[in-house]
Design a binder for this molecule. Structure first.
Ligand SMILES: O=c1ccn([C@H]2C[C@H](O)[C@@H](COP(=O)(O)OP(=O)(O)OP(=O)(O)O)O2)c(=O)[nH]1
Ligand SMILES: [Mg+2]
Length: 154
């Protein structure tokens, strides 16, 4: 499927978002910080990091801004609102809201791969109000109800 993206001036010279392997689910997104500028995320701090890209998703699709597991595992850096939602009618710059949950300051340099973008189909539904939802074996059980009384208790 072809999807139009627009490269903004702050993405000049940066690699295009790309799948890092044949089967990768996400397109890696690069930090489009101003040249020569780095961003230091102190422990506990969050910041919006530009990607220099706008996208025109077809109706019926969304894009999710997801963390990179390497950054999370090695540095505690993740996407605060994961998965970030890019609406199909959004034409502004895609930004990534990063938070440093690690113990050390984390430096973000221009061009660094900071997150990944997963394009996925999304259902748009028509809600129909009723007092009569169909019955199921689970019923209202949730939040661990299937583990109680047994098998995965600590
Ligand atoms: O990680 C993100 C999340 C959102 N957005 C952009 C695209 C999205 O279409 C728009 C709105 O996002 P969302 O619906 O999550 O935010 P909101 O707080 O509900 O704002 P709005 O009232 O603009 O919908 O912001 C990003 O660039 N990055
Ligand atoms: Mg919204």
């Amino acid at each position: 499927m072809k999807v139009s993206i627009r490269r903004l001036p702050n993405a000049d010279g940066l690699p295009s978002p790309a799948y890092a392997s044949d089967g990768a689910a996400g397109l890696d997104l690069h930090a489009a910080l101003p040249p020569g500028q780095k961003l230091v995320l102190e422990p506990g701090a969050r910041d919006l990091v530009p990607t220099g890209l706008s996208i025109a998703l077809p109706k019926g699709y969304e894009a999710q801004v997801r963390p990179r597991s390497g950054l999370a595992a090695e540095h505690g850096v993740t996407v605060l609102n994961a998965p970030g939602t890019i609406d199909s009618d959004y034409r502004g710059e895609i930004k990534t809201l990063l938070i440093n949950l690690g113990a050390q300051p984390f430096e973000i340099m221009r061009g660094m791969r900071i997150a990944q973008l997963v394009v996925a189909p999304v259902a748009h539904v028509t809600l129909v109000e009723t007092d009569d939802l169909d019955l199921t074996a689970r019923g209202a059980g949730g939040f661990g109800s299937t583990g109680r009384g047994g098998d995965d208790a600590p």
